[in-house]
Design a protein around this ligand. Sequence first.
Ligand code: NDP
Length: 310
Amino acid sequence: MTLNVLFSAPPQRWDAFRAPLNQALQEAGIEADLRTDHPPEKVDYIVHAPNGGLSDFTPFTRAKAVLSLWAGVEDIVANPTLKIPLTRMVDSGLAEGMVEWVSGHVLRHHLGMDAHICRKDARWDPVVPPLARHRRVGMLGLGELGTACARALAGLNFNVSGWSRRPRQVEGITCLHGKAGLEEILSHSEIIVLLLPLTPATENLLDERRLALLPRGGVIINPGRGALIDDKALLAALDSGQVAHATLDVFRTEPLPPEHPFWTHPQVTVTPHIASETRAETASRVVAENIRRAEAGEPLLFLVDRAAGY
Ligand code: NDP
């Protein structure tokens, strides 16, 4: 039987996914009609990105699962019309890209690269950075992406701690969890990286009180979600010198509005939500494998815990 698979994402994603997803479905032994415009009542699976325009799942009466192309599912997880299983994207290409972006930005701050790149005043000012083994990095979130980044940084000899909701064990990383773990990781990390999902429990996690726990002159790197940080508290911490720099890839409103003070703040680096992206070639295999599993009655991979919100 041919399965009707609806691809609901912006047109440029369709251009990228059409061929590799068809190929991955074929390789998984699935006969599928992959399109952007099936009649809702005939759809078996929905491949979904929240910016693809589909938010009412009511008419998809026979659909068996929604397979998100995004790792972060905060825009869909609480959708009351979604009554079928929801999976999120865990993609090796996405993780690889995130490792590169996070490592690059951590190294920038660790090595003090800005001072040299921007120096045109003929001042010979040799400040040798410490070795990475003496730099403490805190990874908030030890999931697929946080763990990959923590491991990569530990591989460069950084002194890495990680924080998660439940206890975790990752070789070479000091793993902390819970409220006490958060206070501990903040109080000893010179560079904090946020790779947490946005949920009711993580919104405004870095507020005035928690930013004050950081060692003075700490650096924040946020490729997670904008609302993990209280914008006003961050700006105040930057102005006071409590936080030396913030590199932000994600924002409460995207694109970041032109009048937002992050754009012009001298100690803020804005990148336009490009830390990493789901890569069509690797992600297509994940989607196809989940459809295969659903059809075979096997448990789906990367099922979202709707109660936890991620
Ligand atoms: P995972 O679900 O694999 O990992 C999430 C981690 O956060 C887990 O370690 C989890 O803890 C922890 N966590 C969740 N809630 C809490 C809490 N209340 N307290 C403490 N820890 C918590 O997600 P991924 O690693 O795949 O992705 C992380 C996020 O990265 C995404 O949700 C998305 O927002 C963002 N992202 C950004 C991209 C970009 O380009 N900027 C690209 C892709 C993703 P536990 O281990 O106990 O479950």
